[in-house]
Design a protein around this ligand. Sequence first.
Ligand code: MN
Length: 321
Amino acid sequence: MSNLDRQAPLTVCGGRGFVVAEPVRELLSPRRVQLGESTEVRRLLPNLGRRMVGAWAFVDHYGPDDIADEPGMQVPPHPHMGLQTVSWLHEGEVLHRDSTGSLQTVRPRELGLMTSGRAISHSEESPRPHARFLHGAQLWVALPDAHRHVEPHFEHHADLPRVTAPGLTATVVLGELDGATSPGTTYTPLVGADLALAAGTEANLPLDPDFEYAVLAMSGEVHVDGVPVLPGSMLYLGCGRSELPLRAASDAGLMLLGGEPFEEEIVMWWNFVARKDEEIREAREAWMTSDRFGEVKGYDGDRLDAPEVPAAHLKARGRVR
Ligand code: MN
């Protein structure tokens, strides 16, 4: 999906200054953002007090929305660079097209992974006809400097590894969890896992103490390390944990996001990740005036115009705490 914000700020993220070295329980509230005409998302990252979790730099949660009589998701062609996008659905389906020629319907609990590398453009839409409900998450992973100019490509993985315990099924979406590794290509040590808990489950999820973690609640009633986390909210957990206590009062769906703290400082604006704001301005210009980001074929509609890059210089990054 895309950041359709017309007032997109330039944001500096990453670096050790933001990372909390010890276990914490920091509840992040979502910001409601309109995405096109018919979809409203809850944005968890970047958040006022927290911008990244490992290499995870952007998290939107949407639905469940009844789109039986609506177009559903309609995100016109737009560019990306310096990141990977992860599409993860609990209900519904999304039709992905991109400038490398991909045409793929992504369904619940299948990984749609797009590596933008130096430049890609794509569209995402609810196909016609589509399922009644749409519920999912859109996440971005920042690429490290050594790999941020790789060739753009798209991966679709329908068969993902699972880790199970009584009442808990963890699907490894990206990276590694408890020895199980997703087939999706990664460029930094990280994990994204879908956690399905049955009502009444108490479980301890094994974690890597060197990773920074957060949990996104998508459905149900769940306590994460004793903290109730409502659907559409995220609990930041810091580093230094070897396990995570989970308790589900009802059937519940969560996403565990984690990774090695992202050491490099990045600049994010609109749908781009870079290192300097000049790169951002060049990329914006290239999207508006050149074919650097390629062409999305087959989308019925206009492509998205880029908003203006704020004129102000980037403010120095401050510590979170
Ligand atoms: Mn996008």
